[in-house]
Design a binder for this molecule. Sequence first.
Ligand code: SF4
Ligand code: SF4
Length: 178
Amino acid sequence: MVKYFTELFSGMKSLLVGMGITARVGMRKPITVHYPFETLNVTKNFRSHIELALDPEKGFHKCITCGMCERACPSGCITIKSEKPEGAKKKELVAYYLDYTKCSLCANCVESCPTDAIEFSNDYKLVGTSRHDFHFELLGRAKKRLEKMGKAWTPPEAEPPKTEAPKPKAEATAPTQA
Ligand code: SF4
Ligand code: SF4
């Protein structure tokens, strides 16, 4: 009989403690978000795949096609294509390929870039049905990102070819009368 009442008391106590916790937590503001309708801001230190950094003021990227990132990558993820347009002095970036399936997020590429032209994105929602979904062309993506910001893609004007300035003509003098 004593055992019966002890167990009954213990069960009631446990029930009341549990209900008290439920009531207390139920009154709090929710700390979850209704993903995918709401998302949290990702910390700045988060590393997803690299992207070309943009200069929104100039409306262009900062890459000078030096190839340092390509050489620094231990996994061979990066392939850069550049070409020198006719009459231009410098090479221009034509395509920037990233094979994200091989990337270890080591940051060698970002740290070796002399112009801070690449940065880690905070894209944490990457999904795909094939490994090819993780092969990116970053120059095209950079153009689209700039368009989303409402800015126009504005390549810097090529330097005009140097031409010799025309020499000023000697002033015509009126014939003097004797
Ligand atoms: S983070 Fe490392 S592995 Fe990934 S692309 Fe850059 S250098 Fe290569
Ligand atoms: S290191 Fe920087 S500037 Fe050089 S090719 Fe890579 S992204 Fe471009």
